[in-house]
Design a protein around this ligand. Sequence first.
Ligand code: SF4
Length: 322
Amino acid sequence: MNSNLPPLPLTDGCLLIDNSMLEGLVTCPSITEFSKLHTRIGAATKPSLDFGTIIHAALEYRYKNAKDKPMTATQIAEQGQIITDFFDKNPVDEFEHRNVNFALEVINRYNRRWQVEPFNVLIDTKGQVMCEVPLAIELFTTQYNSSPLKVIFTGKIDLPVEWDSKITIIDNKTSSMFFGPQRFLDEQRWSNQYRGYCWAFEKATGKTVEAFCINGICTKQPPMKPKQGIDQWWNEWMVRDIVHLALTPDWRKEWFDSTTMLVDQFLWYYEKGYFPPLGKFTRACENYGGCQYRDVCSQPPEKRTEILNGFLYKQNTWSPLH
Ligand code: SF4
């Protein structure tokens, strides 16, 4: 047992939670302990994360400026400059394919694939396009140390739109889609992350969300000579899938009950003073290229704090609110 956990991270007396915390808790409670309580994450740059960040920024530029219309030549040039500037500040290894040229190729392919959008962007009360919208919504009040504790659900919504007269939450997902586009979409559509964004958007705006859309953007290097030709290859790996929430009418209650239960589970682990390394039961340690905390968990428990505070890890400053 580890009774030397850091203080519970509270903001104005409230516990802020987000999807990454919930996902970490379900995958392996130790991930939540290391990333949220000790606020330590792997120090090595992750090309996949950097690549996702810049593609999100490029899409934000597109939808805030071109809205749902095709981009102008000036906008395309400015979008490209955002990408070039990012890689100047965040260079990648010589052999990393997710470099500046690949990012420019991906975004050019994306702009061509989805040149004319089938939806209308939403405009907020200040006349701005709703894009990369940070949200912090009160989830519930639970009991902690025999006192009430307010829990706030936080997140950032990529692009809420009106699609066929239905409010639809679009989430941009960069992925190498290991097992192909269809398998990627089949896996993603179950994710509670999207339902959480739909729930939060409804609470923030009072509008009913009727669907979410996974906007899959491939980060895998194309083959040298794809059988179907390079243009068709890119088209097949830039995929979208709309999930209509009316098909699962209980989604709000199910998401809310699951999420509040998980928060109580988090606090239960915290009160016990122990976030067990359950990833060793589920083989999460080796999933998707390996958990970033393997260097910690491979050590005896008494050495783990030292490793976590060492050069292999850095401060976790990520928040969906900025
Ligand atoms: S290495 Fe395994 S046990 Fe350790 S935090 Fe990651 S998933 Fe959990």
